[in-house]
Ligand binder design. Structure first.
Ligand code: C5P
Length: 222
């Protein structure tokens, strides 16, 4: 058996962006690199946990010691997450696309000289809210992320309540900060009781290690 602060724990982490197909060659995506989610998964494995990482398309290597399930769309990510339950801890670090094209076209949309095609969108399932609301199989500790560009804390507080998670990691992803796709992160940790911490700017792998220490403390001894 492994030793460490999360020995014997099952941990689920989502990471990266989703790709939402428009047609066979085009998709909607976002700038998430997967660095923060992957760092959390790696730190949890190093702390002895049995880790499943459900990752959207990323260009970074798989973390060491982790089971990786690769997906493209939000709907695939939800299915993979449901498959990976039960877990003691679930960390939703993925930048899930909020919307997807209403219909995926079977053939490539042609540029034929007429007006540009309309792009109708429908809402994706909210994976974090779905798992937070599970009657059975809800992980004991459910952690959400809030990537915001303005009024970070105000939006984070509202999000914690709306999503029903236990802890929210909020970060400012304004372009000037270079967080999205970058190597470093400045986070705020928000608890259900309203407790708030602001951490210094740190490399994402160090943020991952410190978050994992915190999660282990909240879960308590095995
Ligand atoms: O609502 P918003 O996308 O800002 O919420 C962010 C949090 O919710 C993140 O933890 C993200 O992984 C999760 N999320 C999700 N499924 C969605 C949208 C967001 O799990 N469809």
């Amino acid at each position: 058996a492994r030793s460490g602060a999360l020995a014997g724990r099952r941990v689920l982490v989502t990471s990266g962006p989703t790709h939402e197909p428009i047609d066979p060659v085009r998709y909607l995506a976002n700038r998430s690199s997967g660095r923060q989610g992957h760092a959390i998964a790696e730190a949890a494995a190093a702390a002895g946990a049995d880790v499943t990482l459900v990752s959207g398309p990323v260009a970074i290597p798989d973390p060491a010691g982790v089971r990786v399930v690769r997906v493209e769309t939000a709907r695939e990510m939800l299915a993979a997450v449901q498959n990976a339950l039960p877990a003691d801890l679930a960390v939703f670090a993925a930048a899930v696309g909020d919307w997807r094209p209403a219909a995926e076209r079977a053939g490539k949309i042609k540029k034929d000289g007429s007006a540009p095609p309309p792009l109708a969108l429908v809402e994706n399932p909210d994976i974090l809210a779905t798992v937070s609301g599970l009657a059975e199989n809800r992980p004991r500790l459910v952690v959400g992320f809030a990537a915001e560009t303005d009024r970070v804390l105000e939006h984070a507080r509202a999000k914690l309540a709306r999503k029903g998670c236990d802890l929210l990691v909020a970060n400012d992803v304004s372009p000037a900060g270079g967080v999205m796709g970058g190597e470093r992160n400045t986070i705020h940790l928000l608890g259900r009781d309203g407790a708030l911490e602001t951490w210094p700017t740190l490399p994402k792998d160090e943020v991952g290690r410190r978050l994992v220490e915190r999660f282990a403390a909240l879960l308590g001894g095995t």
